[in-house]
Design a binder for this molecule. Structure first.
Ligand SMILES: [Zn+2]
Ligand SMILES: [Zn+2]
Length: 457
């Protein structure tokens, strides 16, 4: 087995791994780097130039895992695409949205190579996408002539991270690899957590997102949510508006489910929840796919339980913020020209308003800079708001949809593979995990392939 890291950067970056087993080739994920622009955001497909790739398997529909799929299919024509069944309707929605975003960036930021693909490419690629149930064993290799023995298989295991997220087990005649994708072991409000108990593999390729993040002693998700509830209740009761920036896929629906339960129980007052159009579309798919998902609150239909109000063009800049409005809106990192960015610019200067961070925001993004801002001090929020002062309330909650680092080490120790590859993490995060895993599994090889590097196992 040979594995090549096609991530274009040495950080979380763009997920893409090329796996060669029994003479067949599988691409695991085809993501875009969220902080790079244009071709520089693509995986290092050149490192696989001229190679025939039989299939592409996608762990889940976040942009850093699927955003480069149309380009991958141009590079590897004829490859079939396998996704967990719940991802089937999310995938085109995510890719069509990124065509729109790229077109806007071309017009506004002058990125000449955008869009890297068009709506017609997205429609066309859906013809080769095959939806698989969790635990369904699928042969993915294209048999050479004559067919030589059993073909390699893949199998998706529920990863509990977002709807349709999966770890991928790849089995050859002798070798086996398990790729965690992005994983959440603990239950969230809606998703029940990863089901990796029955995974057996000789090679583990694990995400490392939170490897450098220690949780404080006594941390509990329940206590964190109680603090969020009290913060929102307090703000609404004094007529303040509350902005919770959240990624449209996953984080938004988890928050909506929690809000619906809080309002149903009377712990929060019933209010309209203002969301973005993309967040609403994903929420619809979450509701439609509820019966195919192992989830808590199986009967909760988010669209029925809540009064969702979609933000229209211009609303974020112009609508009145009086009377206590509740916003759960993209983008999580408050990128320029998103509703979260524009609302934050308006809210942050007023002392009574309230902004709540519930997930990761890159320190080098507007959200990250706002998160680190000191009250009353001028700071640079974004290119569009270079000089602002934050006077509003600002709270940070840890409601991550990624595994705790101790859980990743525990999973690796239980699996006891002979080789562990670390990906999807910044260097300090991988370093911590490498040390801990080496301690727990002294005979295992722990590797961190660099961008473009191949390792033969
Ligand atoms: Zn993800
Ligand atoms: Zn990711």
């Amino acid at each position: 087995m040979r594995i090549t890291n096609l991530n274009c950067a040495d950080d979380i970056g763009a997920s893409a791994w090329l796996v060669e087993v029994d003479g067949c080739r599988l691409l695991l994920d085809a993501g875009m780097h969220p902080k790079h622009d244009g071709n520089a955001a693509l995986p290092l497909f050149a490192a696989a130039a001229g190679l025939a790739v039989d299939a592409i398997a996608l762990s889940h529909c976040h942009h850093d895992h699927v955003g480069a799929l149309p380009v991958a299919l141009r590079q590897f024509p004829g490859a079939r695409v396998f996704v967990p069944e719940q991802s089937y309707f999310l995938l085109p929605r995510v890719l069509h949205n990124s065509v729109n975003v790229m077109k806007r960036q071309r017009a506004e930021a002058g990125i000449a190579e955008y869009p890297l693909f068009d709506h017609s490419d997205v429609d066309q690629l859906m013809q080769v996408v095959q939806a698989c149930r969790y635990r369904q064993v699928v042969e993915w290799g294209v048999p050479p002539r004559p067919r030589a023995g059993p073909m390699p298989t893949l199998e998706f295991f529920d990863a509990g991270h977002v709807l349709g997220s999966a770890g991928v087990l790849v089995r050859g005649r002798k070798d086996s690899l398990f790729y965690t994708g992005d994983v959440c072991f603990a239950p969230q409000s809606l998703l029940a957590g990863a089901r990796f108990e029955e995974v057996r593999a000789r090679v583990l390729l694990t995400e490392s997102t939170r490897g450098a993040t220690a949780r404080p002693k006594g941390f509990s998700r329940e206590a964190e949510l109680a603090r969020l509830r009290d913060t929102i209740a307090g703000a609404l009761s004094r007529g303040a508006s509350v902005l919770v920036p959240a990624f449209a896929l996953g984080r938004t629906q988890e928050l909506l489910a929690w809000l619906a339960m809080q309002m149903r129980e009377g712990a929060l007052p019933r209010r309209k929840v203002h969301v973005g159009g993309l967040g609403r579309a994903f929420t619809e798919i979450y509701d439609q796919q509820a019966h195919r998902t192992e989830r808590l609150l199986p009967d909760l239909a988010l669209q029925q339980a809540l009064e969702l109000q979609v933000l229209e063009e211009g609303d974020a800049q112009n609508m009145s913020l009086k009377g206590g409005k509740l916003f759960v809106t993209t983008a999580g990192m408050m990128t320029e020209r998103t509703a979260a960015h524009d609302l934050a610019v308006r809210l942050m200067g007023e002392a009574r308003q309230c902004i709540c961070f519930v997930g990761y925001a890159d320190p080098d993004s507007p959200g990250g800079r706002l998160k680190a801002s000191e009250a009353g001090r001028t700071f640079r929020f974004s290119d569009l708001a270079p000089q602002v002062v934050r006077r509003c309330e600002l709270h940070v909650f840890d409601l991550s949809a990624h595994a705790q680092r101790e859980e990743l080490v525990g999973f690796a120790a239980g699996l006891a593979p002979r080789t562990v590859l670390l990906g999807h993490g910044d260097p300090p995060a991988r370093k911590w995990l490498a040390g801990q895993i080496a301690r727990r599994l002294p005979s295992a090889q722990v590797l961190q392939p660099r961008p473009g590097e191949s390792v033969a196992l």
